[in-house]
Ligand binder design. Structure first.
Ligand code: MLC
Ligand code: AMP
Length: 505
C-alpha cells in the first residue's frame, strides 16, 4: 500500500545491508537492521491501540532506537511528536494535553513524574532509555520484524512540532508527509548528497534541523551518519576525519574555532559544512574559511516551513546572508502594515510559500489565520531584505523571540513566571549577545514597593517550571521599564543598555 514518506525515505532501503548509522562505539546499524527495529516498534504501537492519525509524544534521549521510533510512526501512520529532553513536567503536560497524544514515550528516569500526567490524560506510557533499553524495546523484541505499512497520502500528517507563541502558549505546527518529502528531496539535490556521504550528526533529533533536515536528507540520498548522542567537541574532532559533511547551529562552529586542534587538515576530508537555526556571524564565516579553506553554507528555515533559502553549492556563499529561495519556494518581502510586496533592497517581513509550508497550527484556527494567508504565504515573523544579487539577508525579527544556541525561547513565557515571583512587580525578558550561545536570556525586574527581591530565590524557582535552556542567565533590577506612549515596553532600549553584560562570557 502506498505511504509516500515511508516508501521514499525508508522502504526503498529495505533488505539492504548498506550502512545507515555509525555509532561512537564503532558498531554499525545497517538500513535493513534499522527498518526491522522500526517494524517491531510499529507492531508495539498498533497493539497498544494507536491508530493512523493518532499522536505519539516522545521525550527520549537521542539513540538509534529513538530514530527507529520516528520510522515506526511513519510506517504505522501515527503522527510523531518529538519533545526537547530539557522540558520539565509542567511543560510536557501542556504538549500531551494539547496534542491529545494517546501514547507517551519517556526515559525511565522521568517515568515516576510523568506517569500521573499520562494517567490523567488516559495516555499509555512506555519507556525508552538512551542505551536502547526500556519497556518499548522489551515489547518490540517479541514482535515480527516486518509490518504492513499503513496507506497514507502526501496530505496526511506526519509530525507535530511545537513552537512557542508570543503569548506564551505553544502551538503545534502540523507537518504533512508532503512537506517533509519535498524539502528533503530539494535539499539532498541542492547540497549534492549521495550514497557516499557520511554526515557527522551531533544535533538533537527533536527539532527540524536534526530530524527533518539532517536525517531526512541522509535517508533521501542513501547516505550514512556518524550518529553522536550530542555535540561533544572531543567526539567531533575524533570523528570528523571519517565524515564528509556536517550540519550545525552557529555554536558548533564557534566552539570548533576555539579549539586549536580544529585545523585545515582535520577538515580536509569534509565536502560541506551547513549552518542554520540562528544567525551565523560574518566573522565566524570568514574565520572558518581562513582556518579550514571551507566556506560554511548558511541556510534559513523554520519549524513551520522546513528550509526556505540556501546559499548556493557552487556559486558564492555570501557571509551574512542566507542565500536564495530554494527551488519551489517563493519568498517575498512585505510591508507589515499593508501586506504589500516591497521592492528589493527594502527591509520588511519575510513571507514564504511552497510545498514545504505546514498545514497550520493544531486546533488553533485563529493563530493559523493570523500567520498563514489564504493564498498560502506564511508570515515568518523574520525581517529581511533581498539584495541586488538576489541574496536574502535576515536583519531582525518582528516577533519577540530569543534564539540561544539554536533553541527558541519566547520571553513572554519567562515573564509570566518572573511576574509571579514574590517581590516582583513586573518584568521584561530580553536576548543579549553571548559569545557561545549567540544570544542569552536576561531578566529585567521591577521590584514591588521598591524593595529588592531575592534574586537567587527567583532564579531557583524558575527551575521547577521552565526547561534549563530558558532560564535567565542573569537578573537585573530597575526602578521602572522604559515604555512608549502606547505603554508598550521598549525592549530595544533595554537590549541596547544591557548589550555588554555577557561581553566576556
Ligand atoms: C544547553 N544549555 C543551554 C543550551 N544548551 N542553554 C542555553 N541555550 C542552549 N542552546 C544549558 C545546559 O542545560 C547547561 O546547563 C548549560 O547550558 C551548558 O551546557 P553545555 O554543556 O555547554 O551545552 P551543550 O549540551 O553543549 O549544548 C549546547 C548546544 C545545544 C549548542 C550544543 O544546545 C544544541 O545542540 N543546540 C542545537 C539546537 C537545535 O538543534 N536547534 C535547531 C532547532 S530547528 P547548566 O545547568 O549546566 O548550566 C530550527 C529550524 C532551523 O531552528 O532553521 O533549523
Ligand atoms: P524555529 O521556530 O525553532 O524553527 O526557529 C526558526 C527561526 O530561526 C526563524 O524564524 C529565524 O528567526 C531563525 N533562523 C533559522 N535559520 C536562520 C539563519 N540562518 N539566520 C538567522 N536566523 C535563522
Amino acid at each position: 500500500m502506498p505511504n509516500p514518506l515511508y516508501d521514499r525515505f525508508f522502504g526503498k532501503h529495505a533488505g539492504k545491508d548498506t550502512p545507515f548509522l555509525h555509532l561512537p562505539d564503532g558498531s554499525l546499524v545497517t538500513h535493513d537492521a534499522f527498518l526491522k527495529t522500526a517494524a517491531r516498534i510499529a507492531h508495539v504501537l498498533s497493539e497498544g491501540g494507536l491508530a493512523p492519525g493518532d499522536r505519539l509524544a516522545a521525550q527520549v534521549q537521542k539513540s538509534p532506537m529513538a530514530l527507529a521510533l520516528y520510522a515506526a510512526c511513519v510506517q504505522a501512520g501515527i503522527v510523531f511528536l518529538p519533545l526537547n529532553t530539557a522540558y520539565t513536567v509542567d511543560e510536557l503536560r501542556y504538549f500531551i494535553e494539547n496534542s491529545g497524544a494517546k501514547t507517551v514515550i519517556c526515559d525511565a528516569a522521568s517515568e515516576t513524574l510523568l506517569a500521573p500526567v499520562a494517567a490523567e490524560m488516559s495516555a499509555r506510557l512506555e519507556t525508552l532509555n538512551a542505551d536502547g533499553s526500556g519497556s518499548l524495546s522489551e515489547r518490540a523484541g517479541e514482535m515480527p520484524d516486518t509490518y504492513p505499512t499503513v496507506n497514507r497520502t502526501e496530505d496526511d500528517l506526519a509530525a507535530f512540532l511545537y513552537t512557542s507563541g508570543t503569548t506564551g502558549r505553544s502551538k503545534g505546527a502540523m507537518l504533512t508527509q508532503g512537506n517533509l518529502i519535498s524539502n528533503a528531496a530539494t535539499l539532498a539535490k541542492h547540497w549534492r548528497f549521495t550514497s557516499s556521504d557520511v554526515l557527522l550528526h551531533a544535533l538533537p533529533i527533536f527539532h527540524t534541523h536534526g530530524l527533518f533536515v539532517a536525517t531526512n536528507v541522509t535517508l533521501e540520498a542513501g547516505s550514512s551518519m556518524i550518529f553522536l548522542p550530542k555535540f561533544d567537541l572531543e567526539a567531533i574532532l575524533a570523528f570528523m576525519p571519517k565524515a564528509t559533511t556536517m550540519m550545525g547551529v552557529p555554536t558548533f562552529y564557534t566552539r570548533l574555532l576555539q579549539d586549536e586542534r580544529f585545523t585545515r587538515e582535520l577538515a580536509s576530508h569534509m565536502r560541506l559544512f551547513v549552518s542554520g537555526s540562528a544567525p551565523l556571524l560574518a566573522d565566524t564565516h570568514q574565520e572558518f574559511e581562513e582556518r579550514t579553506g571551507h566556506r560554511i553554507l548558511e541556510r534559513y528555515g523554520m519549524t513551520e516551513t522546513n528550509m526556505n533559502t540556501s546559499n548556493p553549492y557552487d556559486g558564492e556563499r555570501r557571509a551574512g546572508t542566507v542565500g536564495f529561495p530554494l527551488p519551489g519556494v517563493e519568498l517575498k518581502i512585505t510591508d507589515p502594515e499593508t501586506g504589500g510586496t516591497l521592492p528589493d533592497g527594502t527591509v520588511g517581513q519575510i513571507e514564504v510559500r511552497g510545498p514545504n509550508v505546514f498545514k497550520g497550527y493544531w486546533q488553533m484556527p485563529d493563530k493559523t489565520a493570523a500567520e498563514l494567508r489564504q493564498d498560502g504565504f506564511f508570515i515568518t515573523g523574520d525581517l529581511g531584505m533581498i539584495d541586488e544579487d538576489g541574496y536574502v539577508h535576515i536583519v531582525g525579527r518582528n516577533k519577540d523571540l530569543i534564539i540561544s544556541g539554536g533553541y527558541n525561547i519566547y520571553p513572554k513565557e519567562i515573564e509570566l513566571v518572573l511576574d509571579a515571583q514574590p517581590g516582583v512587580l513586573e518584568s521584561a525578558v530580553i536576548g543579549v549577545p553571548h559569545a557561545d550561545f549567540g544570544e542569552t536570556v536576561l531578566g529585567v525586574l521591577v521590584p514591588e514597593n521598591g524593595r529588592a527581591p531575592d534574586l537567587d530565590a527567583i532564579l531557583q524557582s524558575t527551575g521547577g517550571s521552565l526547561a534549563r535552556f530558558k532560564h535567565p542567565r542573569k537578573l537585573v533590577v530597575v526602578d521602572s521599564l522604559p515604555r512608549n506612549t502606547m505603554g508598550k515596553v521598549q525592549k530595544n532600549i533595554l537590549r541596547e543598555q544591557y548589550k555588554d553584560v555577557f561581553a566576556n562570557a
